[in-house]
Ligand binder design. Structure first.
Ligand SMILES: Cc1ncc(COP(=O)(O)O)c(C=O)c1O
Length: 382
């Protein structure tokens, strides 16, 4: 039985080309970019080239890219680093209650040291209302952090509109673009963002490498200490193998975003149409206006753990936004924000996320197995 992986929003397989590039650099280049000799200079060149490619992919200046260990660290640095640097200008931060925990937990930390955070709600499509952002802005707001695409339901936030709204306000604007990168052409200037988070492992690159774009005039308080790397904003010897893998993954997708978007939109619809012959299937958030890589559906009359386990046995690998803590399932904070914790939708939601190994054939086969499992479980539960 073929195992079909539907968890690309969690992480993606490495592209073979990325593996080749990473293997080459592992074999040929072990120099430290800070060393002055030829091995060091070669390593520095590799890092600089990658920085240029990644910067170009979001229309940024390469001096404004900071390599990090991934999206979590980039989010932490953006939120905490900006807040600490600008605390004299105000202590108010705006975010939403559907952000990734890398942002939410950074905000929770800031609250413990005297910052005031507004967590905006979202509407039934999982989208923040522009008017709510406007109402929440205060004279002492120093940072607005709103994600571009939500990782659980795929809802797309109006980043460009928010950028325009706060353009003349003192607050800096950060967006976590981890789930948007690769399916939307990105231009940091057009978006009006000051800080933007990326990670490589959602685009068939390696885990453990990401980047924070930081507009040149934004200052950050570093979260790490000890070296001159990344202009002191993120010291530590550069992860060259990861950086090369990141660059290679970016080269493979850059310029193909719209094509990929249309391709996955078709795959997603095909899959949903197959599933939709079941009764009581609800799409969480929306089918058409969300990321083409994410389909979050509730199979009413089932329970998340039960579905996850049974699909796994059938070779269908999926996720839910719920976390398993001490043996108990904790509801997804995103679905709770949209539908409420006690909603049947929240309790039966499963996320399917699409990627490079999907074809019309295996999508149809997967839908067939999913339907079988759901029908069986519903009978059992009745
Ligand atoms: C929206 C979002 N932000 C941040 C992260 C964290 O990225 P990383 O796994 O590279 O730390 C993820 C990963 O799941 C994500 O989906």
């Amino acid at each position: 039985m073929e195992t079909i992986y539907f968890d690309h929003a969690a992480t993606t397989p490495l592209h073979p080309e990325v593996i080749n590039k990473m293997t080459d650099v592992m074999k040929q280049n072990y120099g430290n970019p800070s060393s002055i000799h030829q091995y060091g200079r070669h390593a520095r060149k590799v890092v600089d080239e990658a920085r240029r490619v990644i910067a170009q992919s979001i229309k940024a200046d390469e001096r404004d890219i900071i390599f990090t260990s991934g999206g979590t660290e980039a989010d932490n640095l953006a939120v905490v680093g900006t807040a600490l640097k600008y605390r004299d200008k105000g202590k108010h931060i705006i975010t939403t209650n559907i952000e990734h925990h890398a942002v939410l937990d950074s905000c929770h930390y800031l609250e413990t040291i005297g910052f005031d955070v507004t967590y905006l709600p979202v509407n039934t499509k999982g989208v923040v209302e522009l008017d709510d952002v406007k109402q929440a802005l205060r004279d002492d707001t120093i940072l607005v952090s709103i994600m571009m695409v939500n990782n659980e339901v795929g809802s797309i936030q109006p980043i460009e509109d928010i950028g325009a709204l706060i353009k003349d306000h003192q607050a800096y604007f950060h967006t976590d673009a981890v789930q948007a990168y690769g399916i939307m052409p990105m231009d940091v200037n057009k978006l009006g963002v000051d800080l933007l988070t990326l990670t490589a492992h959602k685009i068939n690159g390696p885990k453990g490498i990401g980047a924070l774009y930081k507009k040149h005039d934004v200052k950050l308080q570093a979260r790490h200490f000890g070296g001159e790397q990344e202009r002191k904003r993120r010291p530590g010897t550069e992860n060259i193998v990861g950086i090369v893998g990141f660059k290679s993954a970016v080269e493979l997708i850059h310029g193909t975003e719209l094509h990929r978007n249309a391709h996955y939109q078709r795959i997603k619809k095909l899959f949903f149409n197959e599933l939709n012959t079941l009764s009581n299937v609800c799409v969480n958030s929306e089918l058409d206006e969300t990321s083409p890589l994410i389909l979050n559906v509730s199979f009413l009359g089932t329970h998340i753990e039960q579905v996850l386990m049974n699909l796994d046995l059938e070779g269908i690998l999926v996720s839910s936004g719920s976390a398993c803590t001490a043996g108990a399932m904790e509801s997804s904070h995103v679905l709770t924000a949209i539908y409420g914790e006690q909603s049947e939708r929240t309790k039966s939601a499963i996320r399917f996320s699409f990627g490079i190994n999907h074809s019309d054939e295996n999508i149809k086969e997967a839908a067939r197995r999913v339907k079988q499992v759901i029908e069986r479980l519903r009978k059992l539960n009745n």
